[in-house]
Write a protein that binds this ligand. Sequence first.
Ligand SMILES: [Ca+2]
Ligand SMILES: [Ca+2]
Length: 503
Amino acid sequence: MDVLTNLLFLFLLLINYSLTQLVHRKFEYKYSFKPPYLAQKDGSVPFWEYGGNAIAGSENVRLAPSLKSQKGAIWTKQPLNFDWWEVDIAFRVTGRGRIGADGLAFWYTQNKGSYEGDVFGSSDRWVGLGVFFDSFDNDNKHNNPYVMAIVNDGQQNYDHQNDGSTQQLAGCLRDFRNKPFPTRARIEYYQNTLTVLFHSGMTNNDQDYELCLRAENVFLPKNGHFGLSAATGGLADDHDVIHFLAFSLQPPGQVQPNQVVGEEQQKLQQEYQEYQKKLELQKAEYRKEHPDEHKEDVEDWYESDNQRELRQIFSGQQQIYSLVRELSAKLDEVVGRQERTMSLINQHGGAVGKPAMGGQPGGGAAAPPSFTTGDVVNRHEIDALINSHNQMLGISNEIRQFVLELKQRADTIITNQARQPTAQVQSVGYDTQSLISEMRDGMNGVKVTLAQMATNKGGAGCPPQTSCVSVTAVLVVAAVQLGIILAYHIYRDSKDSHSKKFY
Ligand SMILES: [Ca+2]
Ligand SMILES: [Ca+2]
């Protein structure tokens, strides 16, 4: 009987575990947008409404362009029909300024907000959640760009003076401007816990999300609207949202029965097919209107030397990044080992100390039995430590070599780029000029010698043994020499330019 009850208990535990683990996650296309064909031909985004200075294209939604004092927002048409959710936002905040303004906001609020409001382009005194990506440091505490969440009950005005720091639920300091890949935020609201994960945009790896904030006991209104907004001020960035993907989260056991799912699936499939037809029609129309477009596509297959080298540098940097990550993991391991060794040494010291003082080893000495011959074990541990240190040194040397190589390559690219537009023309011009001045000098030299010879001739005349060369002969020889030099230079230049062409 005991065995049976144990088994039953285990079974119940397993069921309980699986129930707490399996959250039903479903993509909600009516609350999402993504490229390609993000906006339709008439500029509308299906299931969404946008306004203010926002513009929707086929690849992204530009909430606010990089012009002064712009505001724009996009909101879902329908209120949500699920309680718990997760959204993934890919966005780019780019600008030529060292600092930018003002930032971008994600909203989940009871009602749709304004399209030209005072808080990052949307309404103040909102009811619900705002997650802000604040580029501009209004309170001058050098703590921007900053990501933060604020829950408002509709009674508070956003604290612009302090960058909302007095009202925030939680936040994190993260730079999201001018990144090589789109920056991303994953915001989850599940069973009154709000979690914001952030992806720095330094890689395009889907696994590189980091925790920005987590808050429990967050109560948001039901059936609210999703929204995104952005604003610029005196300084201006482009604020582009590339995709907004929404998922509903349902606790296990609350998933609708299969029949309903089947009906819904059929309906969705029908809708999908209709969309597909519409899309094909639009594509065909587009091809008819733009027959030349295809040629440009072919051009996209090629890349210039500089593009290729930049790409290589970038992949090199990614390698460095992963190496550094590996290194830091190894370092952690080493630190852990060191701490363990230290504690072992301490333990052993205590264990050795006690018998020496008291003469009685028994009692409650905590040292493990295998470490009673402490010296050997300690040395072994220290050897391991030294080995891993050496390994680490090796790896860091490798990285250093790699970085140096990379730097050299980057330098060559920069010098190449600096010279490229005018280099060839200039070098030829310079050579010819120097050649001409060389020739002029040579001619002057010849003239001076001739003059000297003439004066000498008047006085002493030619020595009897040596046959004197006539002036014309000297000139002819000099001209032939110059001709050969000139021909050689022209030949060399043409060879150079040929080799440059094939480089
Ligand atoms: Ca601010
Ligand atoms: Ca600030």
